[in-house]
Each structure stands twice: as structure tokens, then as C-alpha cells.
Design a protein around this ligand. Structure first.
Ligand code: NDP
Length: 265
């Protein structure tokens, strides 16, 4: 039986094992998929140990290792190269090939599940880590009317803005609002916080999207709702969509994501 893992820290909360089990059952194949915690700063050694002991066919990579996984892979898909972040590794002929499925997952969830076109939209992305990189590359190609990145550490937003040719802001600079979609791609929710943007950043916002997913509203979702945003959603749909894309890379099969999304919701 093929063995897959999601690696990260922390990772015990991950829904990925349940999602992949549902996909496998749906398409009638047998796979094993487990969460595997790696201490921060040990990606190379931990991967070597995982490969030696468990011989994975593929690995999903989550916080905080997507940049490490990018450096680790011996070949890269175009999306991984553009994002400079890897969330899916396939061991093809024994050598690690890196993919990035976060952007596709985000795009499908926003445009199909939430019927919100990205083309012509003014989009603000908060955060400049691996997840922000994954969604910014496809957002650049989606024909947004305006696209900007803002980060707690402004220098990182500026570096990313220069690299991608988009506007870079500090959290303070977002005060003017005027964004149709505000995306929280920070990991602030992991520590129970919202990114410190002013309420006025949500002026005119029609969709506030937190990449983090939770059984209750996240601090970012509460901040957006208090700031009168009508549609406030979490990243469960993106999680299911990016997982489906990884599953397809590994198995060649495309599962029905709506069934899985509804079951988890
Ligand atoms: P990284 O560790 O790569 O990046 C973290 C980012 O969050 C940095 O920009 C950092 O800013 C910022 N940040 C951390 N804490 C705070 C805080 N308290 N206030 C403001 N900014 C903060 O993480 P990832 O990019 O990989 O993941 C980000 C989030 O996206 C996670 O919550 C993850 O669970 C979620 N995610 C969801 C997916 C889905 O499918 N739904 C897929 C991928 C990710 P600084 O530079 O200042 O440190």
C-alpha cells in the first residue's frame, strides 16, 4: 500500500489525513496517510529519517516548512518555481519533485465555491510566508484590477512585492481600505490572534477570506465581521481543493471535493 504523510509543526490538528482517506475511499483505492510532526529547523534530517523508515510515495508540507521543501526538491513544477514554496512532494523514481497546489486550491474555492471572480477584483493579501507566495503567483495571472501584499514585518512584504512586481504595504498602510477581497495568509490564527490591521482596511470589502480553518470563527473572521464585511469565510474549502490537486498528482485520480467539503463542514 502506498504511504503518504503531511509534515509540519504543529501538525496534529491537520484534517489532511481525514480528507485523503475520504478521497481514497471515494475513488476505491487503498492508501495510508498520516500526520508527522517535525521539530522546526530539522527538515532535512527529519525527511531523511522519514524516507529511510517509512518510504513515503508522497508528502504534503505545511507550516513552517514550505520554503525548506522548495530548497530540498531536486525538480520543481512551474507553480512551485513561481511560488518558491512547495506544499506537495512526489518521490518520482526516488527523487523528490516539488509542487505547489495552494494557489489552485485558493482559486477554485474563491471562484467556484464562493462565486467570487478574481478577474477585475481589488485583492489585498496579508502575510508574506509560504502560503502567501502560493496564492500570489496565480493571483498575478488572474487579472485582478489591483493586487497588494502587506506583512507584519514590512521588509518581507517589500522583498516579495519587488520579486512579484506588486504593491507592498505595511499593516498600517492598509487603513484606506478599498479592497474587494482581503485574504489572511498569516499564521496569526495559530496563536489565537488576528493580524493587526485597522478595521478601516475592510472598507468596501465584499469577501474576507482566512486561509486558516476552524470549527468556530477565527480572530481574523471576527475582526472582518465587526468591520461590517458581509461574507467572511475560512480556508476549509481551499484545504480540500489543494488536497484534491495533491491527490491527483500522486494517484492520477480527481475526487469529488464538494462531497468531502460538505462532510467536513
Ligand atoms: P509561514 O510560517 O510561512 O508564514 C507566516 C506568516 O504569518 C508571515 O508572513 C508572518 O509574518 C505572519 N505572522 C505570523 N504571526 C503573525 C501575527 N501574530 N500577526 C501578523 N502576522 C503574523 O506560514 P504559511 O504561509 O505556510 O501559513 C500561513 C497560514 O495559512 C497558516 O495559518 C496555515 O494554516 C494557512 N494555510 C492554509 C491552507 C489551506 O489550504 N486552507 C494552505 C496553506 C496555509 P512575519 O514575516 O512578520 O513573521
Amino acid at each position: 500500500m502506498q504511504q503518504f504523510f503531511v509534515v509540519g509543526h504543529p501538525v496534529s490538528h491537520s484534517l489532511s489525513p481525514r480528507i485523503h482517506a475520504m478521497f481514497a475511499q471515494q475513488v476505491g483505492i487503498d492508501i495510508a496517510y498520516e500526520a508527522y510532526d517535525m521539530p522546526p529547523g530539522t527538515f532535512i534530517e527529519s525527511m531523511a529519517e522519514l524516507r529511510r523508515l517509512r518510504k513515503p510515495a508522497g508528502v504534503n508540507v505545511t507550516v513552517p516548512f514550505k520554503a525548506d521543501a522548495f530548497a530540498y526538491c531536486e525538480s520543481l513544477s512551474e507553480r512551485a518555481r513561481e511560488a518558491r514554496a512547495v506544499n506537495t512532494i512526489a518521490f518520482e523514481g526516488g527523487s523528490p519533485r516539488g509542487y505547489n497546489t495552494d494557489g489552485v486550491g485558493f482559486d477554485r474555492d474563491v471562484t467556484r465555491r464562493f462565486n467570487t471572480p478574481l478577474e477585475g477584483a481589488r485583492v489585498l493579501v496579508l502575510g508574506a510566508g509560504g502560503a502567501a507566495r502560493g496564492i500570489l503567483a496565480p493571483l498575478r495571472k488572474a487579472g485582478c484590477a489591483k493586487l497588494a501584499v502587506a506583512n507584519r514585518t514590512p521588509a518581507k512584504a517589500q522583498a516579495l512585492g519587488r520579486e512579484l512586481g506588486i504593491e507592498a504595504l505595511s499593516f498600517f498602510d492598509t487603513a484606506g481600505g478599498g479592497w474587494d477581497i482581503v485574504v489572511n495568509a498569516t499564521s496569526a490564527s495559530l496563536s489565537g490572534a488576528a493580524p493587526a490591521v485597522p478595521n478601516s482596511a475592510f472598507k468596501d470589502c465584499k469577501l474576507a477570506y482566512d486561509l486558516f480553518y476552524s470549527t468556530s470563527a477565527t480572530p481574523f473572521m471576527r475582526l472582518a465581521a465587526e468591520s461590517s464585511v458581509k461574507r467572511v469565510v475560512d480556508g476549509l474549502g481551499m484545504l480540500v481543493e489543494q488536497a484534491a490537486e495533491s491527490f491527483c498528482i500522486w494517484t492520477g485520480r480527481s475526487p469529488d471535493t464538494d462531497l468531502v467539503y460538505r462532510a467536513l463542514r
